[in-house]
Design a protein around this ligand. Structure first.
Ligand code: PYC
Length: 331
């Protein structure tokens, strides 16, 4: 029987399952190559780790790897019930707190390698972490999309297409109240937006798939400036304010001149958890995940502060006689 050592945590309600020891051994000189190897040779392990019956659609996995850059504390590949993720903000906060729990890091600032670039985290105490995400930018402004076309529910909405370590369609004219009581409607509208983006072949830069939809509403007064609902790849929504989604939103606020460098923006999640965020202007035009720089989109360097709590440590057992050993795949 194979064994996988995991430590679970949640960041603002969104779970992260850190894979600490496993039979997964990846080839590649960069984290992007290692992520590709993981996708092509270990997809059954991805399913076994995060899908039912051991996991659920909302768990994000974080495979710890040796670093590829000298000076980085580790490498990490994030994944969920559908595939791998470029980066994951709530997940990185979870990884930092788990590394602390395992006594692999002290309080302080560390670099960690991801498939979309090296990022940094600063462990402020046992639970609170500041992450410095990849350079983020808005690719397109106010992209119009008709949802539910040809039905009585047909509606034209608009969204900004932005990169924050994953691709986002960020919409605030959806007409829905962004609150937990409304979650099934928010989910179905977000799924419909993603379906229409696919049908209309609306993508991120270089034809990259927009796999996250972010619906924005007002934050709870005194608590946050904005609240979001984020549909993740698959059909699950983020319980946290979504680190990469908040980074993409910061890039849009910066591009619109609505948020100055260093100014604080508190992003609330659909369950009421909050990331405190700000940004600096990126000095150099950095590369995005396709390796291509753009001159028309100003890149920002987002910082997000959130807290994670370790809530389980376990050994997953992979019994070859179990008919659902490799997961029950819902998608
Ligand atoms: O926090 O970046 C994030 C994230 C992506 C998907 C789920 N959470």
């Amino acid at each position: 029987m194979e064994r996988i050592l995991i430590v679970d945590s949640h960041t603002g309600g969104e779970p992260t399952r850190v894979v600490v020891e496993s039979p997964i051994k990846l080839h590649g000189n960069s984290m992007a190559e290692k992520a590709q190897h993981f996708k092509s040779h270990f997809d059954n392990y991805r399913q076994a780790i995060v899908c039912e019956p051991r996991g659920s659609d909302i768990i994000v996995g974080a495979l710890l790897c040796p670093p590829v850059n000298p000076g980085s504390v580790a490498g990490v590949i994030f994944f969920n019930n559908v595939s791998t993720l470029g980066m994951c903000g709530h997940g990185l906060i979870g990884v930092a707190v788990v590394l602390r729990y395992l006594k692999r890091v002290e309080l302080g600032r560390y670099a960690i390698d991801t498939p979309v670039g090296t990022v940094h985290f600063e462990l402020l105490d046992d639970n609170q972490v500041a992450i410095e995400n990849v350079p983020s930018y808005r690719w397109k402004q106010k992209q119009a999309v008709e949802i539910f076309p040809g039905t009585s529910a047909a509606q034209s909405i608009h969204g900004d297409i932005a990169w924050g370590g994953n691709w986002f369609f960020i919409c605030d004219d959806h007409g829905l109240q962004v609150n937990i009581a409304n979650v099934s409607q928010l989910n179905s509208v977000s799924l419909e937006i993603r379906k229409q983006l696919d049908r209309l072949e609306i993508t991120g830069e270089g034809g990259q798939l927009i796999d996250h939809v972010e619906l924005i509403g007002p934050g709870t007064p005194g608590r946050a400036e904005a609240k979001n609902f984020v549909l993740c790849p698959g059909a699950a929504y983020d319980r946290s304010p979504c680190g990469t989604g908040t980074s993409a939103k910061l890039a849009c606020l910066a591009a619109d001149g609505k948020l100055a460098p260093g100014q604080v923006h508190r992003q609330e999640s659909i369950v009421g958890s909050v990331f405190t965020s700000s940004y600096q202007i990126a000095i150099e035009q950095a590369s995005n995940s396709s390796g291509k720089a753009t001159s028309d989109s100003q890149r920002i360097l987002p910082t997000l502060i959130g807290s994670a709590f370790v809530n389980s440590q376990a050994e997953l057992l992979l019994d070859p006689n179990d008919p659902f050993c490799w997961g029950l795949v819902s998608q």
